[in-house]
Design a binder for this molecule. Sequence first.
Ligand code: NA7
Length: 863
Amino acid sequence: MNEHAGEQGRTDDVELDVVVVGAGFAGLYLLHKLRGLGFATTVLEQADDVGGTWYWNRYPGARCDIESIDYSYSFDPELQRTWTWSERYATQPEILRYLGHVADKLDLRRDIRFSTRVASAAWDEAASRWTIRTERGDTLRCRFYVMATGCLSLPKTADVPGIDRFRGATYYTGRWPHEGVDFTGKRVAVIGTGSSGVQSIPLIAEQAAELTVFQRTPNFSRPAFNGPVPREKKAQFDADPAAYREAGRWSPIGVPSEPTMIRTFQVSAEERRAVFEGAWQSGDLLAMGSTFADMGTNPEANETACEFLREKIRSIVRDPETAETLCPKDHYYGTKRPCLDTHYFETFNRPNVRLVDLRRDPIQTITETGITTTASSFAFDAIVFATGFDAMTGPIVAVDVRGHGEQTLARRWTDGPRTYLGLMTTGFPNFFMITGPGSPSVLSNMVVSIEQHVDWLSACLDHMRARKLDVVEPTPTAEAGWVQHVNDAADITLYPRAASWYMGANVPGKPRVFLPYVGGVDRYRKICDEVVSRDYLGFAFDGPGGARCHDGVVQRLQLDVTMVLEMIELLGLPPIETLPVPEARAGMQALATGRPPGPDVGETRDGTLPGAAAPLAHRLYRPSTPGPHPIVVYFHGGGWVLGDLDADDPFCRDLCVRANAVVVSVDYRHAPEARFPAAVDDGFAAVRWIAANATALGGIPGKLAVCGWSAGGNIAAVVCQLARDASGPAIAGQVLVTPVTDSDLTRPSYVENGDGYILTTALMRWFWDHYADPSDRSNPKASPLRAATLSGLPPALVLTCEFDPLRDEGTAYANAMASAGVPVEHLACRGQIHTSLTAVDVILSGDHAREAMGAALRRFFVA
Ligand code: NA7
């Protein structure tokens, strides 16, 4: 098997195209693929056979927890036809047999050097080659160097004091003896309750005389209900394997699925329970996190699932104190990797099993004979460490990798990994990672993500060869953009709130950075494909074929904005400007149904107040805190044509809570029925009336601000100018949310963002045509940017969005006010579109802007 054993210390005179490190799922497929393309490839593998993760993790109960049909290669139809899994979730030995079978079938072993650990890899600038040195003294030279080392392959150093003192046997789940371990009659300790602990504990308990489980953090786990491959699943697969695989590739997790759009609190408590029970009974790892659309983002929603799961634990574990100790309470479901088990919680009902809660009773030291905690001393014959891995970055930086200027990767990543697409990192030409940090990797079915990376990388090398390009490296711009996107995407989820290995939190001293990409396998695949179709956007190539680079950032929209745009595209709605006004209004109302309602406020009250010509409807939102409160007069958006009191209701609630102010939303007259200047005249009349009646409204006289979105921002801005010119009422501040400030539709933002981001240039033109005659449009009451002077206006917060046609006129207004001496804060919202900031609980990435609005208003009222 190991044809190179005994050839230690050799220096290859062959120049390889590619050296791959690791012979697990990734390395095997990569070798096959590159060989097929005619690249001279060698794989280096530290074990003495193939298998990677599945070679090392031989602990009792080790098995996959993505169903085996999904957790297997898709690239070879014959392999799919001829291999049959014996169980729904295959055991480690069966998966290892599978990988051995693949290696045999494709004759891979002849290009794999086993028992070979890479010691260092250095980029030779002059030759544009990598020099790889192994711990047994081999030296290899290659054009491309690929780490296919897996995300969970470097066991974490056991950070428990006294570990070397123990005279009994110690075992690591990730380095389990090949011959197995017989615990019969032994007193055994298991430290760690992640997947490895949860899978092994029930089996160790069956054998050992006594088992003591040392738990630091309880984990969410559900029964796998393992057994034969479910008939339905198999039938679905067999009916059309290619279509089945394609559905997996274009799914969020890499397993065919139909994501739900329903949010947790849209259904009753009973319905919710039934949905959770269904997920529990399914034995599917992904089912619980997919029960409702907001599981990963809404803490209260997630907590309902957590409590359901805790109840299950309490119903299984007989001793109430033990049950309570096993109930996770310090993290949301899914934010630490959940587990699937077979009789895990039941194991704690056995008389020979006890649980030690390390949060209450931490380990002081391991001794010669056992473990001493603050409260007790335990004697053991064996200690099993199920303490996990230095995940994702650990195996990569463990090698002394040196790129440009001898810089080491470990040093470059001191503050956390920086990658472009999780595939490459700047400063390290021709160095690739398979499922590296910044790619979906561990948040997905690994095999699907591995295949995607291998296919992408092979196509890239083929592309380079065809164009005589020798060297590839991502650009700093592309990498910075991707790192930003990966972080932004994680920040809208609950993930960063947990001390998980996803965050690097399990390894003392490791930077806390969210490592994988949460955007999903499908969206990520689309992004990688887009990079290729845009001439390898963000990659710089060089070689005899010439230097070339199409620099740029591939994903500039926030993840949740992308998701909303995708949803709207699916709806296939006609452009608003092609509709008659009544239909456009009805369409807007229909779109608003079913959206999240926004936060609760103390009280809402509908009424009328005097407008410029006739009474105007208004809605008042009062905070639940004791009053009186300052007042914010709010004007909704809709291009002076659309919108009503309901349109921005969630946003008004949000504003009310964040500003701790009464919000009075005023429904001014709309065009085309009432054209310019009806809307602004109504706005001014309303502000005057509200200021005069502040006390009756529960407000504080003299503490009044205005706020508006889009055309409502236009009204708010104009009202401030009118109040200044009329010497009252006093306005403490103005919050202008992506406001219309000018009728000039030729600014660059109208060109760059004129189509594809909901508010289009064509729609803006339609709005203006309905609202104002061309001759009126330069009037400052229509285009407040054109006022003779902007001095003397109230302090302002102006919010603009990067992908909004109105971006530049908002910026221009903020700058012009600032030049005129008005205190102005301008918040330019990255990756957002015109409709982002009012989309409360939908565009979560807009939350910090909403918080800034609340803070600005509170400041205005203090001043
Ligand atoms: P995990 O999931 O990282 O679990 C490791 C467990 O060990 C976890 O409960 C840790 O508690 C615990 N641990 C780690 N260090 C200590 C010390 N020093 N003292 C006490 N307890 C400790 O690794 P697994 O091998 O179980 O699973 C890895 C992945 O493989 C899994 O997620 C699946 O993707 C497959 P903590 O939670 O850090 O408090």
